[in-house]
Design a protein around this ligand. Structure first.
Ligand SMILES: [Zn+2]
Length: 250
């Protein structure tokens, strides 16, 4: 690390759980973030500020006025720009050392099969069920840890899928991909702005823990936030023996 890096990351280096070695691992890592919206904004800003060496951002959308209530990486001046370009600009303003790859694309199985193997950690900051399952399946196929978050209205949830751990459940063990599911989206249901900040920042925290080796991850636990009562609950998750995604691989 250079003298400037020792200063920039000094508050991490002071932590016994991170230290110089943990910070070196963060600097050498590559985070793949799917979604540059409400969850992706705080996630990418914290991963960038904390010194993740390389970040690949994938999102198909452009910044819209209705996004600005909660998607804090974007600005009024950047309405109409691709979200990935806007978020890349925000990261670079905080930490110009981060190498950001901005892909304006939909995260389908083919793209994920190209990107996931190159990543050290994957963050699901997407907003729909099909993409969540495509990301989970790609992470299981390629043995990469996944931090999955979701927020709608006043409700949030977060978990970690770690296929490197043989007993760790995947997202499809808990939420079957073939289940009849009524998609609920922010555009129709609304979303309480700070909750995407809470969950997105927690996704960054779990990713940085996985990268640096600080503390046990959320693998095997689903945290659920009721933002009205401001209460967390924890559900312990088990692998489903007939999971269509991970059972055949283990
Ligand atoms: Zn599974």
């Amino acid at each position: 690390m250079t003298d400037d890096q020792l200063l920039r990351y000094s508050r991490h280096i002071l932590l016994d759980e991170v230290g110089i070695e943990g910070q070196e691992r963060i600097l050498a890592s590559h985070a793949l973030i799917i979604g540059a919206g409400g969850l992706g904004s705080p996630a990418v800003l914290f991963l960038g500020s904390a010194g993740v060496g390389q970040i690949t951002l994938v999102d198909n959308d452009v910044v819209d006025l209705t996004n600005l209530q909660r998607q804090i990486a974007h600005t009024t001046a950047r309405v109409g720009q691709p979200k990935v370009a806007s978020a890349a600009q925000a990261i670079t303003a905080i930490n110009p050392e981060v190498r950001v790859t901005a892909l304006q694309a939909r995260a389908d199985a083919a793209l994920l099969d190209t990107l996931v193997p190159q990543a050290t950690v994957v963050l699901d900051c997407s907003d729909n069920y099909a993409t969540r399952h495509a990301i989970n399946a790609a992470c299981v196929r390629h043995g990469k840890p996944l931090v999955a978050g979701a927020v709608i209205r006043f409700d949030g949830q977060i978990t970690v899928v770690d296929p490197r751990d043989a007993v760790s459940p995947c997202y499809a063990c808990v939420f079957p991909p073939d289940a009849a599911f009524e998609e609920v989206q922010c555009s129709t249901m609304g979303v309480f702005a700070p909750l995407v900040g809470v969950v997105g920042a927690m996704q960054a925290a779990e990713a940085l823990k996985l990268l640096s080796g600080a503390g046990p991850s959320l693998a095997g636990r689903l945290l659920m936030l009721d933002g009205r009562a401001m209460e967390w609950s924890t559900m312990h998750l088990n692998r489903h023996p007939h999971c269509p995604v991970c059972a055949a691989l283990k």
